[in-house]
Write a protein that binds this ligand. Sequence first.
Ligand code: COA
Length: 257
Amino acid sequence: MGTDQIQSELSESILTLRINRPDKKNALNLAMYQALADALTEADSDEAVRVVLICGGDDCFTSGNDLADFISAPQVGPDSPGMQFLAAISEARKPLVAAVNGLAVGIGVTMLLHCDLVYAGTNATFQMPFVNLGLCPEAGSTLLLPRIMGHQRAAELLLLGEVFSAEKAYNLGIITELCQDSDVLTTARSRSLQLAAQPAAAVRLAKNLLKRNYASQLHETIAEEGMQFVARLKSPEAAEALQAFIQHRKPDFSKFT
Ligand code: COA
């Protein structure tokens, strides 16, 4: 692992990847994306791994992409750590389980759309503020969200970009099961153990069959969103939103048409 902000532990055939940057609410920087991408890719070909479990801290899953990096180190192209992470998580052959406590923002939500089982605490909160930041949705979310919940409900989440509750996330279909906050990791771990005990080749085949009908569309969507996202990073709307975050003020989009 290139950074201790992603901690990895293999036990009982489960590779746990813990996002661990509490001082920045687990915001994902380039090194963290790269570490996650590498770990997921290696896990896919490592016979010792049967399930990958992704988690964060007790009060924060992740606050999403590091906003300072959007300004100082924007990710461009398919080889960028963020795009490598998206390729690895969206094309993973082995089952992915997520345990979500506290905040899940931006890619902290959209990465869940690529996980097979998602456990969240009742006090977890979710937000996809891409449009609020003058950017556009990513990670294949413009394909996957309407597929899960229909256009109108997906549009509400993406266009208004409001915070929503774990209960709403569950009702919309992006969470497998809601748990007491203190039980999230234990539940996710016990389900992971259950999955690891299943016949591995049959699990991989079932996962592949579940996704194969939209796999190529997903690949194209991630690429198109990624290209638009990079272009949006240079937009005056994004510049205003990112400056506003740094300056701890509300953005003013009224002058942009
Ligand atoms: N990127 C970079 N730094 C981030 C961050 C992010 N995505 N999210 C939080 N941080 C940093 C804050 O700047 C702050 O750093 P500082 O202590 O050096 O000032 C620290 O983490 C704590 O965050 P703070 O805003 O004080 O915590 P909070 O509990 O009041 O709010 C959030 C938490 C996540 C709601 C708020 O930080 C936020 O909106 N962050 C941006 C989320 C976002 O837009 N993500 C990208 C989506 S594409």
